[in-house]
Write a protein that binds this ligand. Structure first.
Ligand SMILES: Nc1ncnc2c1ncn2[C@@H]1O[C@H](COP(=O)(O)OP(=O)(O)OP(=O)(O)O)[C@@H](O)[C@H]1O
Ligand SMILES: [Mg+2]
Length: 426
């Protein structure tokens, strides 16, 4: 062992990071590192807090974009409520279910039953398969009966559940005399649209409050990152790096997870290039990589036509002199690109629908413009991000990597022949 530590092949000391784990994606920060969400913590506590006094809690739905602290704050408040309840001699359980994995009622109830069993001395065997939802509910009520005065159930990514029966069962359990325990449900979704469908899916028994978590602003992101500065060795972060990282992330999305990832990526970049410090330029480069990853994620479920449409719009912006383009203009370029990758183009109307979908994903913005009396109105589309990132993200699709890279497009654009010069495109 001792010899290994001295092997020059492996540096014994990381020159950049001291506690890198603070920047890992799955890392859950300690209580004292949670910042900028005091109001939200208060609001969630106000809904479920009655449990700590032996009173019935409210159910609550939390909505907000990705990386706004919904999962973190929910778990944080639930755990604190549990501790506070215990100090009042109330047995309160906290159950966390990720509905993106447990996405059916059977899976969700099974996980609920198993986690409840884990937290108690429940003796009965809970089968992993071969039984239905009803049997899992029986176990749940049985465990509640014997071990708990109250539970808080967090249903994260609740929009992934194929039906909302579990919400009804949990909220009606007392009324239906399945259990005497109080049950507080915290539902979480980053799809605000889910809200509309939820009302149709559930009845009044799931009476619930709604909370909205907003994207972080630059000063909150700064605070979140400052609180993890000790991930780095002393003096490694140059002045202004955290401020720059926060400003860029706030401008793009206000997502804390992404901001932290950029900081980590900047550190890795510094280390790879043998730099002793992390500079603003490392942050800039890391932000580019992160932005391309983000677009790749956003478009990962999109069709190849949507990707080609995005590529068409980006390439027009790069080779032309305008930021906004009509559907028709994008379509013409798109058809040319389809020829290059030997794909049959879809209709203009089909493409228009794809563009609307991208607008929904937040990759492009579309605006209706009056085209004068004879022309009628038409849509103008723009990218919300640097076209360079779109080109890179689209080319990461294996079937599209032969498309011209950004540099090739930029050279063509500089040749001043602009659109006409792209004979290979349209
Ligand atoms: N207020 C905060 N203070 C410190 N760190 C935070 C804060 N908010 C978020 N983070 C960091 O960002 C990560 C992402 O937050 P969280 O998982 O709560 O986001 P989310 O809103 O649930 O996103 P998604 O919709 O993608 O699930 C957390 O694990 C944590 O590291
Ligand atoms: Mg979450």
């Amino acid at each position: 062992m001792a010899e290994q530590a001295g092997d020059p092949l492996f540096q014994s000391h990381d020159p950049i990071f001291d506690r890198k784990e603070l920047l890992h994606v799955g890392h859950v920060p300690d209580e004292d590192r949670i910042v900028g969400r005091d109001d939200e913590i208060q609001s969630v506590a106000a809904e479920v807090g009655a449990i700590t006094r032996g009173d019935p809690p409210n159910n609550v739905m939390i909505y907000g974009k990705t990386g706004t602290g919904k999962s973190l704050i929910s778990r944080h408040v639930a755990t604190r409520a549990q501790t506070a309840a215990r100090s009042n001699d109330i047995d309160c359980g906290v159950l966390y279910i990720d509905c993106s994995e447990a996405n059916t009622e059977t899976r969700a109830t099974r996980q609920l039953a198993l986690s409840l069993k884990d937290q108690t001395g429940y003796q009965e065997n809970i089968p992993l398969r071969g039984v239905g939802t009803m049997e899992y509910y029986q176990h749940i009520w049985g465990i509640l009966e014997n071990f708990f005065d109250a539970i808080i159930v967090i249903l994260d990514e609740i929009d992934k559940l194929d039906n909302s029966n579990i919400l009804m069962q949990l909220s009606r359990a007392r009324e239906a005399q399945k259990t005497d325990a109080y049950i507080g449900v915290i539902g979480i979704s980053n799809k605000v649209k889910y809200r509309e469908t939820l009302d149709e899916r559930i009845d009044s028994s799931f009476g619930h409050r709604e909370l909205f978590f907003h994207p972080y602003d630059a000063s909150q992101l700064r605070e979140i990152m400052r609180n993890r500065e000790d991930a780095f060795q002393p003096e490694v972060l140059e002045d202004g790096t955290i401020e720059l990282c926060a400003a860029l992330a706030a401008k793009k999305h206000g997502d804390a997870r992404k901001a932290i990832e950029i900081l980590k990526e900047a550190g890795e970049l510094a280390r790879r290039t043998g730099s002793e410090t992390v500079s603003e330029s490392h942050i800039q480069q890391a932000q580019e990589v992160a932005e391309i990853n983000r677009i790749e994620e956003l478009t990962s479920g999109a069709t190849v036509h949507a990707k080609l449409a995005l590529y068409a719009l980006a390439s027009r912006i790069i080779t032309g002199d305008r930021e906004t383009h009509k559907t028709r203009e994008i379509y013409e370029r798109y058809v040319g690109i389809c020829n290059m990758v030997t794909t049959d183009p879809i209709t203009e109307n089909g493409l228009y629908r794809q563009l609307k979908e991208q607008a929904f994903l937040g990759v492009i913005e579309s605006e209706k413009t009056g085209g004068g009396r004879s022309q009628g109105s038409y849509l103008l589309h723009r990218l919300v991000t640097d076209p360079k990132h779109i080109i890179k993200a689209v080319r990461r699709d294996d079937s599209l990597e032969e498309l011209p890279a950004y540099d090739q497009l930029a050279d063509t654009g500089a040749a001043d022949n602009r659109d006409a010069d792209l004979s290979s495109f349209s």
